[in-house]
Unconditional design. Structure first.
Length: 261
């Protein structure tokens, strides 16, 4: 099937070795699988060989979704959902004993990750996530404090997910070839979280306020967000720091304080 839609950021994974490497990161046997952006089903094909309990594939492109429905019409355990993942409520699916996988469209990959970080139920029912991102974005997701790539995405991700493994994928493994390297990251949800943030959207807002003025010291932004009493609760914090010099835990604490306002 020759088919490609540039607007959807489609780069189809064609390298069998890389596909196997992704599949063997986690045990898929008897698991419920959710695959996001299956394309023409290269990854789906290998997932089925692992004998999962069920597989739900979510594909926005109607032509591809119809193609996959036809291709797998005799596979009773497989369900094709023709929806935009950003508008689809994944939490409505049965997430018990589930692994979420995806060679994600580059143009919306960070939004997909943040959508999962925003799940209402946490710890979630799913077991693992294996996603492929553009390498540059992957570096921002896995960045530890302090480092060059440390910022909003790593702060958000670190709050709810542990990074277990990662590896780089060359452009040669795709058709058409992207201009950049990719990165596969294997995440596990954190079951216990020290800070109790009610809504991840609030953490998104707080990090956005600080990192939209990366070069400025945090003191002005802090004074806008917190009252004097709350500022006293951060007495160990040096206010003359730039946002990238502040530990993730401080952002979690600031978000907690704002939620008590």
């Amino acid at each position: 099937m020759e088919y490609l839609k540039k607007s959807l950021g489609q780069n189809f994974l064609i390298d069998k070795n890389i596909i196997r490497k992704i599949i063997t990161l986690v045990n898929l046997k008897n698991k419920n699988i959710i695959e996001i952006g299956p394309g023409k089903g290269a990854l789906t094909e290998e997932i089925l060989k692992e004998k999962p309990k069920s597989i739900t594939i979510i594909e926005k492109d109607q032509v591809l979704a119809e193609y996959l429905k036809e291709k797998y019409k005799k596979t009773k355990s497989l369900n094709v959902v023709n929806k935009d993942i950003l508008k689809f409520d994944i939490e409505k699916l049965n997430l018990e004993n589930t692994v979420i996988l995806g060679n994600l469209p580059y143009n919306i990959s960070s939004q997909i990750l943040v959508k999962i970080l925003n799940f209402n139920n946490w710890p979630p029912k799913f077991l693992d996530i294996v996603f492929m991102f553009q390498k540059e974005l992957g570096e921002k997701i896995i960045a530890s404090y302090p480092s060059l790539n440390y910022g909003r995405l790593s702060i958000l991700t670190n709050y709810r997910l542990n990074i277990k493994k990662k590896f780089i994928v060359s452009p040669n493994c795709f058709f058409p070839k992207p201009k950049v390297n990719s990165m596969v990251i294997y995440f596990k949800p954190k079951s216990s979280i020290f800070f109790k943030i009610k809504k991840i959207k609030n953490l998104e807002k707080i990090t956005n306020i600080f990192f939209s003025n990366k070069r400025k010291m945090i003191n002005k932004s802090l004074k806008k967000i917190l009252n004097p009493k709350q500022l006293n609760m951060l007495d160990q914090l040096n206010f003359n720091l730039r946002p990238s010099e502040v530990k993730p835990e401080i952002y979690y604490k600031i978000t907690e304080l704002t939620e008590k306002n």
